[in-house]
Write a protein that binds this ligand. Structure first.
Ligand SMILES: [Zn+2]
Length: 313
C-alpha cells in the first residue's frame, strides 16, 4: 500500500481543488524531489497557478497546472469529469507545469482547512501536522498536506515535457485500470520469469502492488511462482479479467487502510474487510476450505491457497 486503488480513491476525493489557485508550497523531502529539486524554486514557480486537471497512471497522481495568467487556455479545456471518466489523456500542450506525486510506502494526502489556532482543538492539530513532508496551499484557505512517515514518497515538478522525459515516469507501463487485453498480453509475454514479480513491476502494468497481485492470482487460480512461458492463452485471459475485477472491487471499497494510508478527507478504506487471500495465513481458503499459506516470492510475503493455486512450471 498504497497501490492503484488507493491512488484512484485519493484522486476522486480531490476534485474540489480543480480550478483553485495555488498560493504557496513548501517541502522537506531532500531526496524525494525530482526534476525541480529545490522546494524554494517550486514555491516561487507554482504561486498563482491554477489546478486545471487531475490524472493518474498506476500509483502516480498528476496535477496539471495552468500558466500564471488566470485567463489561460488550459482552464477552458478543463474537463472536470476527467477524473471519473476512463479517458485520462489530457491535452498536454495546454498546461505549463505538472506536479506529480507518488505516495511511496506509507504516504497519503490530506486536504483540509488551514490551521486556525483559535478554532481547532490543539490535539487534532498536532495529529494533522505529524509527518507532513510537503504542503500545497490554496488561495481559498485550504491546504493539501503530503504526509509520509517512512519518507519513500516522491514529488516531481516540471514542465509537461520534463515530466514526460523523467526516467521513472517515462518507463511506467499502461495503467492497470485502463490497459486492454492485447496490451496486457503483449507486456507480459516479453518476459519469461515468474508471474508475481512481473505483475509488481511498474513498467509492465502500472499500479499493481502486493495486495492486488495476491488477490488477482488467487482469483485467477494461478500460482505466483508460475512461469510466464507456461501460461496458456486461457489463463492469460482469466488473469486479465481477475485483475480488473479485483481493482474495481478495491476502488469501490475506497482502497485498503492497513496502517497509515487514508483518504484525503481522513476516512479509511474498507477493502481490508473484503480481501480473500492477502494476510489470511492459517485461515481456511474461502473457496475450498484448505489452509491459506504464506510463502516468499521474489522477497515479498505472498499468500496462496495451495489447493486452488497449484504450482506448475
Ligand atoms: Zn482454495
Amino acid at each position: 500500500v498504497p497501490e492503484l486503488p488507493e491512488a484512484e480513491t485519493t484522486l476522486r476525493k480531490l476534485t474540489s481543488i480543480i480550478r483553485k489557485t495555488i498560493a504557496g508550497f513548501s517541502a522537506d523531502l531532500p531526496r524525494g524531489l525530482r526534476i525541480t529539486k529545490s522546494a524554494a524554486k517550486i514555491a516561487k514557480d507554482i504561486k498563482n497557478r491554477k489546478i486545471a486537471a487531475l490524472t493518474r497512471t498506476g500509483k502516480v497522481i498528476f496535477l496539471w497546472l495552468t500558466s500564471k495568467d488566470s485567463h489561460s487556455n488550459a482552464l477552458k479545456n478543463v474537463r472536470i469529469n476527467s477524473v471519473k471518466s476512463r479517458r485520462r489523456n489530457v491535452k498536454k500542450e495546454a498546461y505549463e507545469r505538472v506536479l506529480a506525486l507518488h505516495q511511496g510506502m506509507s504516504g497519503r494526502l490530506l486536504l483540509k482547512r488551514r490551521a486556525n489556532h483559535s478554532h481547532s482543538p490543539p490535539r487534532k492539530e498536532t495529529m494533522d501536522e505529524k509527518y507532513v513532508r510537503a504542503r500545497v496551499i490554496f488561495e481559498d484557505g485550504r491546504e493539501l498536506l503530503f504526509k509520509d512517515p517512512r519518507k519513500f514518497g516522491v514529488i516531481w515538478y516540471g514542465s509537461p515535457r520534463e515530466i514526460e522525459e523523467d526516467r521513472y515516469l517515462a518507463a511506467l507501463g499502461p495503467d492497470g485500470l485502463t490497459v486492454t487485453f492485447q496490451e496486457f498480453k503483449h507486456r507480459l509475454q516479453k518476459h519469461k520469469g515468474m508471474i508475481k514479480p512481473l505483475l509488481l513491476r511498474q513498467d509492465t502494468v502500472a499500479g499493481i502492488g502486493n495486495i492486488i497481485a495476491d488477490e488477482t492470482l488467487w482469483e485467477a487460480r494461478i500460482h505466483p511462482k508460475r512461469r510466464l512461458t507456461s501460461l496458456t492463452p486461457q489463463m492469460m485471459q482469466t488473469l486479465f479479467k481477475a485483475l480488473k475485477r479485483v481493482l474495481l472491487r478495491s476502488i469501490r471499497a475506497g482502497g485498503t487502510t492497513l496502517r497509515d494510508w487514508k483518504h484525503p478527507d481522513g476516512k479509511s478504506g474498507k477493502f481490508q474487510n473484503y480481501m480473500r487471500i492477502y494476510g489470511r495465513d492459517g485461515k481456511p481458503c474461502i473457496r475450498c476450505g484448505n489452509k491459506v499459506r504464506r510463502i516468499i516470492v521474489g522477497s515479498r510475503g505472498t499468500w496462496i491457497c495451495p489447493m486452488c493455486q497449484k504450482y506448475a512450471d
